[in-house]
Design a protein around this ligand. Structure first.
Ligand code: UGA
Ligand code: MN
Length: 354
């Protein structure tokens, strides 16, 4: 059963104060003329009142715009985020045969973007997820629209899922270190905050990682935030909480970078009820600090972290990376009447070639 298939465009929770029309130069001229015209027909008292209203409004507009551009918390978006909800299908959450319908659902958030490896990564990861009960997969594309081969994959897998798209705002693409997968993760996060069940658990899983399905049963009972080691990452080949007497006391991670929570995106899960109780949940547009920024925004204290994976001694998830293939433009003049034409059209749709 498809609960809802939508094609809704919306913007992120942070809006610009003024609309596009209000920012256009012609609007300013029109407004100026209107104010001048009104002034002429007024007596002295009315003019004073009008002057106070106009200057007060100007000060308000200037201050709020300045606050938006200069005064926002580090990593908060300075450009509007465009989001598109393409489809929601809740079919397996309550109807999977043999699954324990009282077990908390796990919302697995996977950001992805168009490149030659995209469909291969999502096929492998999605097929792994079909081994797990009570999963809801949120595939969040870094794009303006949802890609057809991903839509088809999601329909085929039989998982419960949400498919959405949210492109990285242009300002961030120009940065030296690009905050990868943030706008799309933020869109998924907002979806979970709005629609997620309080008993559920949220887990971020990048499209190129490798996972042992036992990890899902480790994280399922998470009451606040749980953590475990992530393999194949950084100078130590692992990133892990340091555990003493069953409690997290610090982190073993090759890139401390001043972070309070030195963890990878795949190294923690959050209880959705706990998430919803927090007032300022965010994921900053700061490369390398997305995890730390997100966990700090939950008001989490290190002593409250739940320890998983046998006291953080086992590896159930790896930060694997896939070799990058060039996005080629193929010469196809000689193949307009054979299978190669159809084959390459399909590959183009998948983002494999130009
Ligand atoms: C590491 C961490 O594992 C990421 O969680 C973190 O977002 C990233 O560093 C960072 O700090 O920028 P890494 O393997 O270096 O990840 O990065 P990618 O695998 O290239 O990207 C992370 C995720 O974002 C992937 O799921 C990828 O598909 C997605 N992504 C990447 C986008 O959605 N848009 C992009 O332009 C690039
Ligand atoms: Mn990666």
């Amino acid at each position: 059963m498809i609960a809802s298939v939508e094609n809704r465009l919306y913007t992120g929770s942070r809006h610009y104060l003024t609309s596009k029309r209000m920012r256009s130069p012609s609007f300013a001229i029109e407004l100026g003329l209107w104010v001048a015209a009104s002034f002429m027909g007024m007596n002295r008292r009315q003019r004073i009142v009008m002057a106070i209203i106009v200057s007060g409004s100007l000060v308000y507009i200037i201050l709020t715009q300045a606050l938006l551009v200069f005064g926002s918390a580090p990593g908060e978006p300075t450009q509007p985020e465009v989001r598109k909800l393409c489809a929601v299908d809740l079919k397996r959450e309550d109807s999977t045969k043999g699954s324990n319908i009282s077990a908390p659902i796990i919302y697995v958030v996977t950001p992805t973007y168009r490149r030659p490896e995209m469909v291969a990564e999502l096929t492998r990861l999605g097929q792994t997820l079909t081994l797990v009960k009570r999963i809801h997969w949120i595939v969040a594309e870094d794009s303006l629209t949802c890609t057809a081969p991903i839509t088809e994959l999601l329909q085929r897998l039989g998982l419960s899922y949400t498919h959405l798209a949210s492109p990285m705002p242009e300002v961030y693409r120009k940065e030296r270190y690009v905050p990868r997968g943030v706008s799309n993760r933020r869109a998924a996060l907002e979806w979970v905050q709005e629609h997620g069940s309080d008993r559920a658990v949220l887990f971020f899983l990048d499209d190129d990682n490798a996972i042992d399905v036992r990890l899902f049963e480790e994280m399922r009972p998470t009451e606040t935030v749980s953590m475990w080691p992530v393999g194949l990452i950084g100078d130590y080949t692992v990133s892990s909480p340091i555990v003493k007497d069953g409690k997290v006391v610090a982190f073993y991670d090759g890139w401390p970078a001043g972070r309070k929570f030195q963890v990878d995106m795949a190294g923690f899960a959050v209880n959705v009820g706990f998430l919803k109780k927090q007032k300022k949940v965010t994921m900053p547009y700061i490369a390398g600090h997305e995890e730390d920024g997100f966990l700090k925004s939950l008001g989490l204290s290190i002593k409250d972290i739940e320890v998983k994976a046998d006291g953080c001694t086992k590896i159930y998830v790896w930060h694997t990376r896939t070799a990058k293939n060039p996005s080629r433009a193929l010469k196809l003049e000689k193949h307009q009447n054979d299978n190669i034409k159809v084959l390459t059209d399909n590959m183009r749709e998948m983002g494999m070639i130009k």
